[in-house]
Design a protein around this ligand. Structure first.
Ligand code: F0G
Length: 353
């Protein structure tokens, strides 16, 4: 009997980690590539969804976190800190709990989805809400790690990208080669940078014959990679990517330029519509930010960009259950009928009779 061992054990030889580091794992990675008939039909391409909400804490962050927490333990850390829009903190808290480390979380006040907050708290994190945005929180996290004995596990820690690049390996392992295009949401820009590392490594190793064009999508109110300027007051209902000055800005630009890809901005309405349509057509429920790649594909096709005949992978980064409040906003009052436990009444309410 064999069970997936988590990304550190499955790909250890390909990751730049200290020799002999013991893996702290929740068996992350090994996530499904789900074929989307809906998006394939819409674009004329063969479209696959890399469903990262299927990770242990419900987002792609677990790939980097298993690596970062494993190394933190290896180096003797007793406490770890991160700034977060929610998912990184949920993931860090879970892996810290597993490893017996103290997790310390800095989040922008009032802008964290309830599910993510619950995860951090239940896993035992000390959660500090900051009057400021994510970028302020990251500055604070760096300051704390500089002055106190606490290890920083944001993606400015290169070990995080080592773990996250395994998603690119999994895609090539499954498809047999790299896709023509890879689309994904971009916030702090660690993930697009990590995918590019992974695809590049597989090309160099001969595991792939090419690398995809990388297309990154941001929310209009937080789209520094599109405008080329930091956003001092980033704003979007896709709170996970509400980031005005991404830490991996330069690496993300390299990924887009070297690959022949680009960045594009989407309105919150486009992102939320894509979230609903993905759930309705494909049965895949993602959080708002996670739908940015899907919204991007739809917007590109509407703008006349052709993906026809190509293979496209779209990463959907986090699970829809993280933020049910935003998900239901588009539906007004809850769609429900209350009836007596009676077949005729139920049939009428259901429109069957
Ligand atoms: N999608 C989701 C669901 C995210 O949580 C994030 C980032 C991104 C996309 C963007 O990825 O930052 O690597 O470009 N969330 C971070 C956090 C910032 O704190 O959870 P990125």
């Amino acid at each position: 009997t064999h069970q997936w061992r988590g990304v550190v054990e499955e790909y250890r030889d390909l990751l730049d980690l200290p020799d002999g580091v013991a893996a702290v794992t929740l068996r992350e990675g090994g996530t499904p590539l789900v074929h989307s008939e809906w998006l394939s039909g819409h674009s004329g391409a063969d479209v696959w969804l890399k469903v990262e909400g299927d990770n242990p804490t419900g987002s792609f962050k677990d790939r980097g976190m298993t690596a970062a927490i494993s190394v933190a333990v290896h180096e003797g850390a007793e406490a770890v800190v991160c700034a977060s829009t929610g998912n990184t903190s949920a993931s860090m808290a879970a892996y810290a709990a597993k490893a017996g480390l103290t997790p310390l979380v800095l989040v922008p006040e009032g802008k964290i989805a309830a599910g993510k907050m619950a995860q951090a708290i239940l896993h035992g994190a000390r959660v500090i809400m900051v009057r400021g945005n994510f970028d302020d929180c990251l500055g604070l996290a760096k300051g704390l790690a500089w002055e106190y004995p606490v290890a920083l596990v944001n993606s400015v820690n290169p070990v995080r990208l080592e773990g996250q690049k395994t998603a690119a390996f999994e895609i090539v392992d499954f498809l047999g080669d790299a896709p023509d295009y890879h689309l994904l949401p971009v916030g702090n820009a660690g993930n697009i940078s990590a995918y590019w590392l992974g695809y590049t490594q597989y090309l160099e190793l001969g595991e792939a014959t090419r690398r995809p064009r990388m297309h990154g999508f941001q929310a209009e109110g937080a789209s520094p990679l599109v405008t080329g300027e930091p956003f001092p007051d980033p704003e979007t209902r896709a709170t996970a990517i509400r980031i005005g000055n991404p830490a991996s800005w330069k690496l993300a630009e390299v990924a887009a330029h070297e690959s022949g890809g680009r960045f594009r901005a989407l309105s919150d309405d486009q992102i939320l519509a894509a979230q609903r349509d993905l759930a309705g057509h494909d049965g895949v429920f993602v959080e708002p930010a996670s739908a940015a790649g899907v919204a991007g594909l739809l917007a590109d096709v509407a703008a006349g960009d052709s993906y026809a005949g190509s293979t496209v992978v779209v990463t959907v980064t986090g699970h829809g259950l993280k933020d049910t409040v935003t998900a239901l906003e588009g539906f007004g009052p809850m769609v429900e009928s209350v009836v007596d436990a009676d077949v005729t009444a139920a049939a009428e309410a259901a429109g069957l009779a």
